[in-house]
Design a protein around this ligand. Structure first.
Ligand code: ATP
Length: 138
């Protein structure tokens, strides 16, 4: 069994989609190990998005991600990292496949940050790092 960090981003929380995202995760057979609603500060987000250091969208991304509460969730299950990324769909809501969280629910507003409802860790190394960052007690 594998763990991954999922975030329902501020757009998802503001639009009342936390339950819908959790429903899809649970329906897929994954287990929720930890769950917290919290407004992240810029320091936490800069660490979370360390791999994007230097990219032009990092500043706006941190601003967006700290604009309101996110739901941070540790999800566990067989191949949960890849499985959740499959549930989430492509980064860009316009091309994310129907049936995925982003394909069904995300809106392309043409803003400078892609507001795509969820984040999911992209590798076992990122998952371990992100879970330690968001849930140091786990
Ligand atoms: P996440 O890591 O959030 O699950 P991802 O792996 O699909 O998403 P990344 O490439 O890691 O996407 O980018 C992280 C986040 O940064 C994206 O989810 C999106 O919100 C934002 N983002 C990525 N690329 C761009 C871009 N070119 N312009 C604006 N925002 C972007």
């Amino acid at each position: 069994r594998q763990r991954t960090l999922v975030l329902v981003k501020p757009d998802g929380v503001a639009r009342g989609l936390v339950g819908e995202v959790l429903r899809r995760i649970e329906a897929k057979g994954y287990t929720l190990v930890a769950l917290e609603l919290r407004t992240a500060d810029a320091d936490l987000l800069a660490e979370h998005y360390a791999e994007h250091a230097g990219k032009p969208f990092l500043g706006p991304l941190i601003e967006f991600m700290s604009s309101g509460p996110v739901a941070a969730v540790v999800v566990e299950g067989h191949r949960a990292i890849e499985g959740f990324r499959s549930l989430a769909g492509a980064t860009d809501p316009t091309t994310a496949a129907p049936g995925t969280i982003r394909g069904d629910l995300a809106r392309d507003w043409g803003r400078k940050v892609i507001e795509n409802i969820v984040h999911g860790s992209d590798s076992p190394e990122s998952a371990a790092r992100e879970i330690a960052l968001w849930f140091p007690s786990l």
